[in-house]
Design a protein around this ligand. Structure first.
Ligand code: IPE
Ligand code: MG
Length: 222
């Protein structure tokens, strides 16, 4: 979800207004995904690199997240949405972490859509942590290095049990991955949308999905 700040700047508004408008896009896109029958939606809400933004912006983003979670807790359950979170959650403010944990527990049995929030998330950090856990098992003699294959590796990622994304959407026209799900997007179809995230609503999602449908996926085969 990129371009909140630029969206606000274009309108002469403070960046926070861009993040507020971006939260509206989240609500709308989530509804649209349910309507489309999407089973997993992962939102890159806050990256491990975003901690280096000015403290006031970090605080504002965290309180927007708190508000979103607080407001949506009932809705998510009513919509039969299950909430999961990936990332270095121990770096989040205690209040935010507690909210995430509470809603995760409350929605654990829901089956319509799984909403995965990437919070304080970095793909490299996730891969390093999987490697560390495998190395430690190898040192303890629980596994041999030759046991390590794609499946075992993937089972140590935070996304274990979550299917790899079919479609990766990036807004505001940026042509980069920015440390998002590095392992998992090996064969994801990428759709780059020029609009800023606050302008990415239901219609834009439907367009991106239509673009995806026109792609011919070969997974390296002919
Ligand atoms: C994305 O918008 C929102 C988050 C990172 C949480 P940005 O804040 O990156 O907006 P730009 O890229 O500066 O326009
Ligand atoms: Mg940005």
């Amino acid at each position: 979800m990129d371009g909140n700040g630029r969206w606000a700047k274009e309108r002469g508004l403070p960046r926070l207004e861009g993040h507020r408008a971006g939260a509206e896009s989240v609500r709308e896109v989530l509804e649209a995904c349910i309507e489309l029958g999407v089973e997993y939606l992962t939102l890159y809400a806050f990256s491990s690199e975003n901690w280096s933004r000015p403290p006031a912006e970090v605080t504002a983003l965290m309180s927007l997240l708190d508000r979103f979670l607080d407001e949506k807790a009932k809705d998510l359950d009513r919509q039969n949405v299950r909430l999961l979170a990936i990332g270095q959650l121990d770096r989040l403010p205690a209040k935010t972490r507690a909210l995430v944990e509470r809603i995760k527990a409350r929605t654990a049995e829901n089956t319509t859509l799984t909403l995965v929030l990437a919070l304080s998330y970095g793909g490299r950090e996730e891969i390093v942590s999987a490697a560390r856990s495998l190395a430690s098992d190898a040192v303890d003699g629980k596994i041999a290095p030759s046991d390590i294959d794609n499946d075992l590796f993937a089972s140590r990622l935070q996304t274990a049990g979550i299917p790899d994304p079919d479609l990766l959407i990036r807004t505001s026209g940026e042509m980069r991955v920015s440390n998002f799900l590095l392992w998992q997007i090996s064969y994801a179809e990428m759709v780059i949308v020029k609009k800023f995230w606050p302008e990415f609503r239901q219609g834009e999602l439907f367009e991106a999905v239509n673009e995806y449908k026109r792609r011919h996926r070969r997974f390296g085969a002919l």
